[in-house]
Write a protein that binds this ligand. Structure first.
Ligand code: 3PG
Length: 209
């Protein structure tokens, strides 16, 4: 599956796998396992020294996956992620300089928000598709349900503390397009290179929503 900048990032899959890669050699097998499980999207977080190289490897070797860069916390990382081959960007927050840097790439992106004022500030800039982070710690599905009526223009990908058990409550909300989570790629499955387990977790998640 592929996505174009015109297509909503929130409508590609019900669950966006949020992935931390410690070993570069794991990047391509993880991406292939997610595709095999029916989730052809990956948000690779810029939290490890190999993250940009991992994005590059996936972009080169697994063209059927939509590869994004997550944990964009500095303006420079937006351009670096694009240079590595990222097709979308995700940030945990939304400072003015981060928004400017992500906008400048021309890539689709999901800036993080956790309060009504942050959501309104993003809407004022014409950005209506947002990450809600950290979702569980910031009020969870109840928060998003509460703002659906007063702030109907905003749509969300909540992430942070969401599990296979809690994802359906989010996905049932009118202002949620997808959720993000790291439960599809547990650290122990990566450590033991258990790609069938990741494929199986992806297959289960692909049926949600
Ligand atoms: C993110 O960057 O979106 C979150 O760290 C993912 O949160 P989780 O690890 O609790 O799923």
């Amino acid at each position: 599956m592929s996505s174009t900048p015109e297509q909503s990032l929130l409508s590609v899959v019900p669950v966006v796998p949020v992935v931390v890669i410690d070993e570069l050699a794991h990047a391509v097998p993880v991406a292939r396992a997610l595709v095999a499980g029916g989730l052809p999207v990956i948000e690779l977080t810029l939290r490890t020294p190999v993250a940009l190289d991992a994005i590059r490897a996936i972009a080169d070797e697994v063209p059927e996956i939509l590869i994004g860069a997550g944990t964009i916390v500095t303006p420079a990382q937006a351009a670096a992620a694009q240079d590595a081959g990222a097709q979308f960007l995700v940030s945990p927050g939304a400072t003015a300089s981060l928004l400017a840097a992500m906008t400048a790439t021309g890539l689709p992106f999901l800036p993080g928000t956790a309060t009504v004022s942050e959501v309104l500030a993003a809407l004022e800039k014409g950005i209506s598709e947002l990450k809600f982070f950290p979702a569980e710690a910031s009020g969870g599905a109840a928060f998003l349900k509460s703002i659906a009526s007063p702030v109907p223009a905003a749509r969300f990908c909540p992430t942070g503390g969401i599990t296979a058990a809690t994802a359906p409550a989010y996905l049932a909300l009118p202002n949620v397009g997808c959720v993000g989570g790291s439960w599809l790629t547990p650290a122990d499955a990566l450590a033991t290179e258990d790609w069938p387990r990741i494929e199986s977790l992806a297959r289960d998640a692909a049926t949600l929503g």
